[in-house]
Design a protein around this ligand. Structure first.
Ligand code: SAH
Ligand code: SF4
Length: 349
């Protein structure tokens, strides 16, 4: 028997079509949609307002089980929770919930593994396994929405910064966002999403042309191609000049501020000279730099910049007119920090 499709892969039009083919009235599709995206039901039997025969039909033709939670870890400060999910086919992914300042920020994955091979990233170190289906991306959000609902809380922000390169899985990532955005369903505003990309230039241009309200973050990490290429193989195909040009196009097209991500690595990209080079690269661009001391991973020997050097880097950038924040490292004790997601333990220094 062919595997049943994951119910979260359906957008509302396809669900309506399906119910139509089953000779069910249109309001049934609406009920199911609300059950999925407003009540977060995740089994046919939970849809108690549907007739039993329809619940059985759903169970026979569709599955809810595309994403099975395998284990959950909570950081020692209890602000960060990481869940490991098994996908159909056996690959695993992780998603992380960060709870602080009244925010519940969820970091989700777009692929199992990653093909981009950034040397400092645990996901890159494990290689590419497969793209996630849109429903598998959606289901990560619904999993946490359900958990938080039990406490009367909600997800407030979603960042696509977990495992994988979202612009390498463009269609599925956008279709997941569109589905979660649906005002008749989960109604999660586009502006509350942030997508982080390694810098796939054509996709940045496409994203700009679609004029989406979703926030964009670009992983830059170096101000010259020689340094960037040592860290990020993608730089060979899309060197810094092309990348920054695409970023300028994005800002011009959307009027939205872009975030540049910068993992501070001792002696590699954290000197005042680098900060000045970066400032001149970004001159006149509506942007902001998010610097984060490197998180440790097993496959990379680089060390995190210390607090003092990080502060000097930030001040040098700001003196040159580029706003910069140094992000706190979160969830390091459970390997839930940026670049540490691999479905296996990571070092804890
Ligand atoms: N593939 C996308 C999104 C996932 S990675 C991207 O690369 O942008 C999310 C962020 O974590 C990126 O900015 C990435 O460069 C950063 N990152 C990866 N490994 C890291 C590490 N070891 N320490 C700190 N940040 C890291
Ligand atoms: Fe992939 Fe992003 Fe990790 Fe690079 S940093 S390997 S693009 S997940």
């Amino acid at each position: 028997m062919e595997a049943r499709p994951l119910i979260y892969n359906l957008d509302s039009a396809s669900l309506t079509d399906l119910l139509n083919r089953w000779n069910e009235p249109a309001y049934r599709a609406k009920q199911i949609w609300q059950g999925l995206y407003q009540h977060f039901y995740n089994a046919p039997d939970e849809f108690t307002s549907l007739p039993k025969s329809l619940r059985e039909k759903i169970a026979a033709h569709l599955t809810f089980d595309g994403l099975t939670p395998v284990s959950t870890l909570s950081s020692s400060d209890r602000h960060t929770i990481k869940t490991l999910f098994r996908l159909s086919g056996g690959d695993v992914i992780e998603a992380v919930l960060m709870r602080y300042d009244k925010r519940n920020t969820l970091c989700i994955s777009s692929q199992a593994g990653c093909a981009m091979g950034c040397v400092f990233c645990a996901t890159g170190q494990m290689g590419f396994k497969r793209h996630l289906a849109s429903g598998e991306i959606v289901a990560q959000v619904l999993h946490y929405a359900r958990l938080l609902q039990e406490e009367g809380e909600r997800v407030t922000n979603v960042v696509v910064m977990g495992m994988g390169e979202p612009f390498h899985n463009y269609e599925n990532t956008m279709s997941a966002i569109d589905r979660l955005n649906d005002p008749h369903g989960y109604n999660f505003g586009a502006r509350r999403f942030t997508i982080s990309t390694v810098g796939l230039v054509p996709a940045i241009r496409r994203f700009a042309d679609e004029e989406r309200q979703v926030n964009l973050a670009v992983s830059l990490h170096a101000a010259d191609d020689e340094t960037r290429l040592e860290m990020m193989p993608v730089d060979r195909k899309y060197p810094i000049a092309d990348l920054i040009e695409a970023c300028r196009y994005y800002v011009q097209k959307t009027g939205r501020r872009i975030t540049f991500e910068w993992a501070l690595i001792h002696g590699v990209n954290d000197t005042p000279e680098t900060a000045r080079k970066l400032a001149s690269l970004l001159k006149g661009l509506l942007c902001h730099v998010n610097a984060i001391p490197l998180n440790p991973t097993t496959g990379y020997s680089g060390k995190a910049t210390d607090r003092g050097r990080a502060q000097i880097f930030k001040e040098t950038l700001e003196a040159a007119g580029i706003p910069c924040t140094i992000r706190m490292r979160r969830g390091i004790d459970i390997a839930a920090g940026c670049g540490q997601l691999a479905g296996t333990p990571q070092p804890q220094n």
